[in-house]
Each structure stands twice: as structure tokens, then as C-alpha cells.
Design a protein around this ligand. Sequence first.
Ligand code: FES
Length: 486
Amino acid sequence: MSHLLPLSRVAKLVGQPRHTLQEMIRNGTLATFDGMVELDELLRAFPEVKWDDDAEFRRVTEIKDKAFAKRVRERALPDKDVLVARLNELGDDYAAAKALLLHYGNVMTWLDEKIDEIEENASAETHHALHTLRAFLLRNLAETPPDAVLAQAVIAQERILKLMSAHVTIQPSGHEFYVDGNDTLLEAALRNGVSLSYGCSNGNCGECKARVVSGEVKKVHAHDYVLKQAEKDAGVILLCAYAPVNDVVIEANVAEARDIPLQQITAKVKSVEVFNPQMAALHILAPRSQRLRYLGGQSIQVEANGVSGRYAIASCPCDDRHIEVQIPRRPGDAFAEALFTTLKANDTVKMEGPFGEFVLDEDSPRPVIFLAFGAGFAPIKSLIQHAMSLELAESMDLHWLADAAGHYQDNLCRTWTDALDNFNYVPHAQGGDPDAVLADIVLDYPDLHRFDVYAAGTAAQLDPARAHFVRHGLPEARWFAGAIDG
Ligand code: FES
């Protein structure tokens, strides 16, 4: 009897991104059956995984959480109704398996009696054959084969995953993510960088309406918005009020940059992080009831103590209420001056945005080169974290050409390299001839036609860079540029 697991769950069990498994399928090192992986195949393909100890799995998850600058959250239990429904499902599975086992036991007893009956009048030869058969059956039933112990450990881990989380597929975009702990569908989508349409996030506006195509969901928060009976009959729910019981397919809109409304939010300074005399980051905490909707790579206007400026967001949309903007200290920039001198935790800061369309092409599975010139690292950092949370690209290379502020988040880039097999970081020191550096970079990519390139810097830096890449085979349409000087 085979045990099949969906590819997304296998990825979670072995602690590998989905595209790594897809690559294994393409090169024939992992066999699938209708998108599912058979348990024996899983054990064969990942002999190094210690299935009876989830410490390694937790370690990899924690490194990745850290690398993505995500808050390492406590393991929250699912909502109690969801947990009860999942336990019921598990109980049903257990009961079905137990019933099957009893049936097999009955078949074995019947077989044993049949052998007795046949043996009574059997020839010596048949008698011997039946004796051998009975001995074979008894021996194999009595001992546990080594593979069964591993299979039991994998199934136990899979069951715990099913109890603690559920897999969601969004149609028609094809985005996939897990809902962990007591998150609603909307919270989990945002945490995973999937920009679903929503408004109030607390059950009042109806803008997060979506349709359940398959699977079971449960209401976990009351909502004032009233769904029409016809909508309920069609499976429409509010994503901010429901959580999945089991793996679900949901029909919902994924917002593009131009769909996200301009928002004005009054928030608090969480902290000021001065990297060096030329560069600092402003960390803002949005109110619980009003998080900022944006996509990786966009910018916002910030205003505090009578001064303001527009800067690139450096955080990931998956980063809950935390927003980071990185600000270079430039002459004449009063907000930057305030950031370096007077702005402090708990000061009020007004945000307006998001602005700009320098965002990821989420439909592209192509490998990506990120090119950051100096403070252009800020939008690139946001894009990288967004791409990581979506598990988008086959591979990601970051080239950071430093200015006087240096590689002020060098450690973070190195952590990404350590945590992710498909991430490569190449710092380029200040002082070299930028033209020569760009010429060297493009020589490393003889197959540039396969890539997407996202570049951020000043317009004067971006134009020659684009010329280098296009001249060496990058299709013009696959060059995405974000100017940080307007
Ligand atoms: S976001 Fe307003 S009801 Fe869900």
C-alpha cells in the first residue's frame, strides 16, 4: 500500500525550496506520480535526512527566518475550532487505517485456517510448500523491516505538519503558501509575500472576499460585513476571518502595484539604526489596525517633526507591521539630517504611499541578477526578501557596487548566502571603474538571455549598466530599473 505526499509538503519536510525539488524532478533524481511523491521514493531521494529528529528541520527553518529578517515567532497553536476539525480528520484517518488493519488480520486468520484445511489431505510436497509459506508469513509479520521505522517517522512528521498547518493554492495566479499556527488566510498570505486584495483586515469592508474552490475552511473571527446568501452558497468567504482546516484551493485576486491604493498612515518610530556616518535605517511600526500595503521595491513618503522625504522601502511586505526605509545622509536632505541627529524611538511618523512600479515580475520563473549601486541596496533588499518569501526564482545573484557608505549590510547578505543554496552574493568595493566592473559582471553570464535583471541606483548609474547588459544578450524587456534619485 503506497503513501503519497504532495510536493509542497515534501519541500517542507525536507527543508528545501520547491524549485529545488522541481529541478530534481526535471533532472530525473526525484520521481513523482501526478505531482505526488511516493513515500519509498522520498526515503530513497533524501537518505541524509534524519526523519526521527526534527532538530535539523527546525534549524534550517530558523536560519531562513533569520535570513529573511522575519520575526521568529513562537509556535502558536491553530484556532481551537480548526484544531478540533483537524484532530477529527486525523481521527478518521486513524480509524480507517485501524479498520483496514483489522481486515488484514481477519484475512490472515482465514488464510491460516485455509492452510490447516488444505494440509489435512495434502501430499508431502504440498505440505512442505504450505509449511514454508506459513513460516515466511509468520516471520515477516513478526519483524519490523528497517524501512518501516523510517516510514513511520516520516508519516509522524507529516501528520504533525498537517495538524499545525495547511497548504493553500491561490487561483488563477498559482501562488502557494502554508497557513501556520492561528493565522487567518489573509495573515498567512501577507506573511508569505502574497499580495492578496484586502482593506480593513478586520471583517468590515468586504474587500478580501474570495471563493473556496476545494477544501474546508472555518470562521475564526467574527465579521460585521454581511455576505449575501448567494455568495455563501457559492463558497465566498472573507480571507481576514477564515482559516483552512485542510489543504485548500482559493480563488482570489492578487494585487499588482497599480491596484494598491495610496495610503496615509500615522505610525511610530520603532528604532533608528545608524550603519555608519553616511547611511542609516528608519524602522517604523505600523498600527495593528492599519498595516501598510505595498510590494517589494516600492517607496514611501515619510514625515516627522516637520521634515519629510521620499525613500525606498527596504523591508519585505511579508514583514508584518514593520517597515524599514534606508536613508543616505545627503547635503540638503533635512529628513536625513533629522534621522541622524534627533529622531528617536516612539516619535510619530506619517507615511504616505506606496509609490513606484519597480516590483517583481511574479510570473517569471527565470533566474535573477540583482544589481545594487550604493544606497540602491534598499529597494534591492526589499525585492530579494520578497522573492525569497515567494520562492520565486530558480537562482538569485546579488552584485552590490558600493559607494562611500560601503557594504553596510554585508553580514545580512552573507547570511542569505549561508541559508539558501540558490543565493550568491558578490560585493564590489568602491573605487573601481564602474564601467570595468560592469563589463566583468556581464562576462560571468554567457547566457544572459535566460535572466531577469533588477537594478537600483541613480539614473546616471542605471543607463550605462542597462547598455552593458543588453549588449551582452539580456532581452530589453527583462531589464527592470528603479532609480533612487527620482
Ligand atoms: S479586509 Fe476588510 S473585510 Fe477582510
